[in-house]
Design a protein around this ligand. Structure first.
Ligand SMILES: Nc1ncnc2c1ncn2[C@@H]1O[C@H](COP(=O)(O)OP(=O)(O)OP(=O)(O)O)[C@@H](O)[C@H]1O
Length: 271
């Protein structure tokens, strides 16, 4: 279970201080899928990254199964993060490591023995149907396969929570369907609580149980996909209205891209 209590996140200091997430409270029940949507710059990624403290809130609490992550010391936080997997828009694979070594990364950082790592990586790659690709390098894979490796990497430590930052934005529309299916199957089979940031209305409706709408860093609306399907949803925000149209993608400029380098050492440790 994830509980965000009055979370705010700021960037910069003094006169340059900018509040990217403003006083957001959100409850994500165990084993559910929470979508987060909003226009570009609304604070979606910042909010998602605050859940594992990749962005530390300037105010509020992040409770995971009742433990407030903002109160933990660095060693405790590292331990807590083993329970939280993360996948990124541009996969963040390490290009000079094989698929298997990429999947083993989080386990290696956790000090897991080589034999156990290998077995966990094998199991995780099986889940995403990449059992034959252990020795391939990321450069030899399609975008969809790279994202499946990233999913396997996030799953290998058997987390209870999976954070997904635009997981289908950098793959073609046909591949999007298969990535969504893997995420859905993983949620159903392992009961992993999933938080999904996306621009794509059809993606969030296909996957999420609940959808939170952010505008200017604030949570302006929350709706269940069940209510949308039953036509029980009367939107009060612009984006809420877009939810009724499957063809809309809030940020059409996202490029179908090859993988980008890992963005920070902390991120690399948190895969
Ligand atoms: N590291 C940073 N330093 C300063 N400002 C930042 C930083 N990261 C994000 N921001 C700003 O915070 C705001 C929210 O950014 P964020 O990436 O969370 O939005 P988003 O909704 O995920 O956008 P997008 O859909 O374009 O990815 C934006 O105005 C952005 O410019």
């Amino acid at each position: 279970m994830i509980q965000l209590d009055n979370v705010s996140v700021s960037y910069g200091r003094g006169e340059r201080k900018f509040c990217a997430v403003k006083d957001v409270s959100l409850h994500v029940p165990k084993s559910s899928i929470q979508g987060i949507i909003g226009f570009s710059g609304a604070g979606k990624s910042t909010l998602l990254r605050s859940i594992n403290l990749l962005e530390r809130p300037s105010a509020g609490r992040i409770l995971i199964d009742g433990t407030d992550l903002t109160n933990l010391n660095p060693a405790q936080l590292r331990e807590a993060r083993h329970n939280i997997g993360m996948i990124f828009q541009h996969f963040n694979l390490v290009n000079n490591l094989t698929v298997r070594k990429n999947v083993e990364l989080a386990l290696k950082f956790a000090g897991v023995s080589r034999a156990f790592r290998k077995e966990k990586a094998r199991q995780a790659l099986e889940i995403v149907d990449l059992a034959g690709k252990e020795n391939a390098y990321p450069g030899q894979l399609s975008g969809g396969q790279k994202q499946r490796v990233a999913i396997a990497r996030a799953l290998a430590p058997q987390p209870q929570i999976l954070l997904c930052d635009e997981p289908t934005s950098a793959v073609d529309p046909r591949t999007t369907g298969s990535i969504l299916q893997y995420l859905k199957d993983i949620n159903t089979e392992f009961g992993i609580t999933t938080v999904l940031v996306t621009h794509e209305m059809n993606v969030v409706k296909a996957l999420a149980d609940e959808i939170a709408i952010l505008e200017g860093g604030a949570l302006v609306e929350q709706v269940s996909t069940k209510d949308i399907r039953r036509k029980n949803f009367i939107p009060t925000s612009d984006i809420g209205a877009y939810l009724l149209d499957d063809s809309i993608r809030l940020n059409p400029t996202v490029e179908l891209a090859a993988s980008e380098p890992v963005q920070s050492v902390e991120e690399l440790h948190h895969v």
